[in-house]
Ligand binder design. Structure first.
Ligand SMILES: Cc1cc2nc3c(=O)[nH]c(=O)nc-3n(C[C@H](O)[C@H](O)[C@H](O)COP(=O)(O)OP(=O)(O)OC[C@H]3O[C@@H](n4cnc5c(N)ncnc54)[C@H](O)[C@@H]3O)c2cc1C
Length: 502
């Protein structure tokens, strides 16, 4: 064997998983198709602006005084002190423009959040307290499951985490009704649904509760030198620890002998051998394109696709009048209705992020970065377009999102655009190889989420998965923590070839 473990894909999950294996004295090779690491956590430069590809803040990190699980993980990996974070004390501004007009800014901190909700929806306090208590118990239960490698005695689980067992297989809608949360409070609380890509009737309560806890308890943070800094720091740490990374190395096939993995073949026909392979590439891609044997595919029926408008504005946020860090602008706070509408390109529900609000030096003095995005569910992005039609569609959608922002906030930005870049599912499919250009990999509904969480076994011996498409759920938290989990999910043996040279 050439290596103990081969990793396919240098997204954050692949980088973390590889780093953990090197620390376990395994001989590691990480193969990345592109010429840089980071996958979706990367950045690009236009003129004097550096844009995060995936402009979104992390939860679960916290501050120096309130350390979250993600910060603990960064400390364990030895990267926390190399990455400076900017913190926000505001969680989210929620606007809905239909007849039930709403415009609320929700704070960080569970007590503050509950107080603010009680102000907006008198009588909601009790159910909000129950919600966050449940969320805390779910977090403890998931930590317990993970610490026991998901092999647990159900009786013990039930005894210690009875409420977790009670709600684990339910959707958000059912649980919020069961705890008698007032209707309006439900709508405001679940305004964050768009980031998870599923409405209340499909979203796992466990996943939603964990996500809300991670943001409300610890607040959103962003890396001061762009999210790409995280990927670069992980890469540097991996190299320093002896891991080998090869860029421009696209895996074409995972090789199988006698039902177990034996190595990988690149598109240039180069073969590398190992008995353990960890894929940071979406399961559906692996199953459809890389495996010669059948593997249960996990393909999202409704991929989450996005149009993202990255703007470099030549005025300061004060000059422009921008006051918010993160806003969602809906027509309707009923997410079942919005979700249906978002199956069409006609929708103009937007998510807006201004990193300058928490990180004034993220762009040159006197300028502002603004990211406006909209999500689309299902494959509505238009197939079989000519290149001219594709560019026209991009322009048209970008203009629509900017118009919607200007119209709702009253803030004029069009005259101050110095740089603009528009990304579509085609862009994301090209750069990340995600299935259908989806940005959240594979959002799992409430039924699948629990099954995936408890079933870690793949069909092919020696093949493991990590990433935002793995069993910990879609998105960056799933990516970070599933990367970490690989170290105890795959069996550890003596390094087979620890002195071998590449
Ligand atoms: C615009 C945008 C907004 C987002 N917003 C949010 C959000 O608000 N909340 C949230 O939780 N998440 C969000 N995400 C998703 C989050 O960024 C991802 O879930 C996470 O970064 C995925 O990391 P990963 O390591 O699993 O995979 P990726 O980052 O997808 O990495 C996979 C890597 O594998 C490489 N690869 C693919 N095929 C091959 C091959 N054949 N051979 C070799 N290498 C290969 C790719 O090039 C890539 O580097 C967003 C993403 C985007 C793009």
């Amino acid at each position: 064997m050439d290596y103990d473990v081969i990793f396919i894909g240098a997204g954050i999950a692949g980088l973390i998983a590889a780093l953990e294996q090197v620390s376990n004295k395994q001989k590691v090779l990480l193969l990345e198709q592109h010429n840089i690491s980071g996958g979706q956590l990367s950045s690009f430069v236009r003129g004097r602006f550096e844009f995060d590809t995936a402009f979104f803040p992390f939860g679960s990190y916290g501050s120096a005084y309130n350390i979250g699980d993600l910060q603990e993980l960064f400390k364990k990996l030895g990267i926390a002190s190399n990455i400076e974070m900017a913190e926000s004390n505001e969680f989210l501004r929620v606007i809905s423009t239909d007849q039930d007009y709403v415009d609320y800014t929700l704070p960080v901190g569970i007590e503050n959040y509950i107080d603010k909700m009680e102000e907006h929806v008198p009588g909601s306090r009790n159910s909000m307290v129950i919600f966050f208590d449940l969320a805390r118990e779910i977090k403890e239960a998931v930590n317990y499951l993970s610490a026991n490698n998901y092999k647990v005695n159900f009786k013990i689980l039930k005894k210690r985490f009875g409420n977790f067992v009670r709600v684990a297989s339910y959707n958000v809608k059912d649980v919020l009704y069961a705890i008698e949360m007032p209707h309006k409070a439900q709508r405001i609380l679940t305004a964050y649904w768009i980031y998870l890509g599923l409405p209340n009737s499909l979203m796992s309560f466990v996943q939603f509760a964990l996500t809300m806890l991670s943001y409300v308890e610890y607040g959103p943070v962003m890396a001061k030198n762009s999210s790409y800094d995280i990927s670069l720091t992980l890469e540097e740490q991996l190299r320093k620890s002896g891991g080998i990374i090869k860029h421009n190395a696209k895996v074409a096939n995972i090789l199988i002998s006698d039902g177990a993995v034996s190595g990988v073949k690149l598109t240039n026909n180069r073969i590398y051998k190992a008995r353990k392979i960890v894929s940071n590439v979406a399961l559906s891609k692996v199953s459809e394109e890389m495996l010669e044997v059948s593997q249960s595919p996990i393909v999202s029926e409704v991929p989450v696709q996005a149009i993202n408008v990255y703007l470099g504005l030549n005025r300061s946020k004060e000059e422009l009048g921008i006051k918010d860090f993160q806003s969602v602008i809906y027509h309707n706070l009923d997410n079942e209705v919005e979700y249906e509408k978002m199956h069409s390109l006609d929708n103009d529900t937007i998510v807006v992020l201004c990193p300058n609000k928490i990180n004034p030096t993220c762009s040159p003095s006197g300028t502002t970065i603004l990211d406006i995005s909209s999500l689309y569910f299902g494959q509505c992005f238009g197939e079989n377009l000519t290149s001219q039609e594709y560019y026209n569609l991009k322009d048209q959608l970008a203009l629509k999102l900017i118009d919607r922002y200007e119209e709702v906030t009253g803030i004029k930005i069009k005259d101050y655009i110095e740089e603009i870049e528009v990304a579509t599912p085609v862009t994301y499919a090209h750069y990340t190889s995600s299935y259908d250009g989806t940005i959240y990999n594979n959002p799992t509904d409430y039924d699948t989420f629990l099954k995936n969480l408890l079933n870690r076994n793949g069909d092919v011996l020696g093949l493991y998965y990590c990433g935002g498409d793995s069993s910990l759920g879609s998105g960056y938290l799933g990516a970070f923590f599933s990367g970490d989990e690989v170290s105890w999910i795959i069996p550890q043996e003596e390094g087979v070839n620890s002195n071998a040279q590449d």
